[in-house]
Ligand binder design. Structure first.
Ligand code: NAG
Ligand code: NAG
Length: 507
């Protein structure tokens, strides 16, 4: 798998720059994680983290709040909203201009009056014609997105887009068709404008529906990334067209469409196009390059088409898999009911070492425990088990992405491994699950519950000064805290969390 090498190369390059730019840092984290996951297990079952901890936050602070630490900024998208306002600012000023001018026109008799009136109309039309809409938006910290309506042509194999419009000055951009700006395994798409169709390729296929260009490279194949990098951004970008939209895909991975076909077929009624092997010039009346993105597994309804929210997304995916349960068990209405607890077991690192003990404790609290040895390959089979749950618990990792299939009011319990991984954990699953109207509980393990204690003495900086490890870079940090660590849950310390979860179901 060539990705490992790519990731390693990227890492050293970025490290050489001393992690100076927050964007690169963000990317680098992800690449690291990818490196870890790709080198360890099968594609579907891997954990992944959109990683931020203290060390990075300092850098972030200085860089125009490109990536604000979520801890401090819960809704966190304010800066993007501002940027959007800026982009759309121009159009209103021209209109007030036009009105002012109209008042100064004077008339001399009926005939001239008519001419003047006509001229006035012409002028008004001229004046009120909005200036060329901005095409590409680079203001988002994670995604680059272009949108064009009119004569838009895309030449498949070179992935080159031309927007033909007399109102456009000639311009060219390179767009990353994936929601992370630095991806070495993805080719950028060129988007340019032309004021006349003279020197642009002619259409070999005319389509009538809008199309979206995106890439299935990057971290595609990791269950968490499949959702945060693709399925949710696709929902945000495509759902508004109610199936009347076509996907033009680079780095195609056909198995991916098969794996998620139930979701995909709700987003588009059209066959996808493998752009990399197409020599056609496809013409669409409306083309988007890149995917909309607000935050990891989060939607800001104020900026989403149709005001979509995270609950619209979870409702959408539940319906794609015909999952019946919308709400978790209410113990207020059914006090005798045993709530179902899904215990997400991992196969690689960050496993529970004392599952039987955990099960016994939970059953003692009157839970029905389902030991979810998730085989994520079979999404459809597994998600119905998830949807039957009232509480899901697991150590931080991709398996918790399944929260999207839980009924509302269910409880997600995230067990956060040692040491100082809380910010990352909350970002990855805490805020998203709350936005999906689940209850979220977090349990930070102590050093005594970490199997790292079998590998390092208690006075080792791994425990006494985690920031010194985080500062070594993501590779080292991830190797220790994410790959070497399992969890021996202290069931007595943990019991109150499951009791709290039960209380929440009683509300
Ligand atoms: C596509 O539409 C354009 C404009 O209507 C037309 O000139 C061109 O011949 C059409 N191309 C094909 C392949 O139908
Ligand atoms: C876990 O640790 C984080 C960071 O120190 C803290 O904000 C959070 O309150 C802790 N959670 C619990 C349940 O103790």
């Amino acid at each position: 798998m060539g990705y490992d090498k790519t990731a390693a190369r990227t890492m050293s390059r970025i490290e050489a720059r001393k992690l100076g730019v927050a964007l690169l840092v963000g990317c680098c984290l992800v690449i690291l994680t990818y490196f870890i996951s790709m080198s360890e297990t099968t594609v579907d079952q891997e954990p992944s983290e959109a990683y931020r901890v203290g060390a990075v936050e300092e850098v972030e602070e200085q860089t125009l709040s490109l990536q604000k630490p979520e801890r401090e900024k819960k809704t966190e998208d304010a800066h993007e909203t501002n940027a959007e306002e800026r982009v759309h600012d121009d159009s209103s000023s021209t209109i007030s201009h036009a009105t002012a001018k109209e008042e100064t026109i004077e008339t001399n008799g009926p005939n001239e009056e008519k001419i003047v009136a006509e001229r006035r109309d012409d002028e008004r039309i001229q004046m009120m014609k909005p200036p060329a809409e901005p095409i590409c938006d680079f203001s988002n910290w994670r995604t680059e997105f272009c949108e064009m309506k009119g004569d838009v042509r895309i030449h498949g194999k070179p992935s080159s887009v031309v927007f033909v419009s007399p109102h456009q000055q000639s311009n060219e951009w390179k767009i990353m068709p994936y929601v992370r700006k630095e991806m070495e395994n993805i080719e950028k798409v060129s988007v340019r404008t032309a004021s006349s169709p003279a020197a642009v390729p002619s259409c070999t296929i005319n389509q009538t529906v809008p199309a979206i260009v995106f890439s299935l490279g990057g971290f595609t194949g990791n269950y968490y990334h499949d959702f945060t990098d693709l399925l949710l951004p696709l929902f945000l970008t495509a759902r508004q067209f109610d199936g009347e939209v076509q996907f033009l895909v680079t780095n195609i991975q056909v198995w991916w469409f098969r794996k998620y076909h139930r979701i995909i077929k709700r987003l588009t009624r059209y066959e996808f196009v493998d752009l990399d092997s197409s020599n056609q010039v496809l013409c669409h009346p409306h083309l988007m390059v890149g995917l909309r993105f607000h935050n990891d597994l989060m939607i800001d309804p104020a900026r989403a088409p149709n005001g979509y929210s995270m609950t619209d997304f979870t409702k959408f995916v539940r319906s794609a898999y015909s999952l019946k349960r919308e709400y978790a068990a209410s113990l207020r209405e059914q006090p005798d009911r045993k709530p179902k607890l899904l215990l997400v077991a991992r196969k690689g690192s960050r496993r529970f070492t004392n599952v039987p003990e955990i099960v016994e404790m939970a059953e003692g609290l009157n839970y029905e425990v389902v030991h979810a040895d998730a085989s994520f390959g079979d999404v459809a089979g597994f998600v119905s088990v998830v949807n039957s749950g009232d509480v899901i618990m697991g150590v931080h990792g991709a398996g918790l992405t399944n929260f999207v299939f839980l009924p509302m009011n269910a409880v997600l319990v995230q067990i956060v491994p040692c040491c100082e991984l809380e910010a990352m954990a909350t970002h990855t699953f805490g805020f998203p699950s709350m936005a999906a109207r689940l209850h979220y509980l977090e349990y930070n393990i102590t050093v005594d519950e970490s199997t790292l204690l079998e590998l390092y003495p208690r006075e080792h900086p791994v425990f006494t000064d985690p920031q010194s490890i985080h500062k070594l870079g993501w590779m080292k940090m991830g190797k220790i805290y994410l790959r070497q660590q399992d969890v021996k849950l202290d069931v007595n310390r943990f019991r109150p969390v499951l009791q709290k979860a039960m209380d929440l179901l009683r509300q």
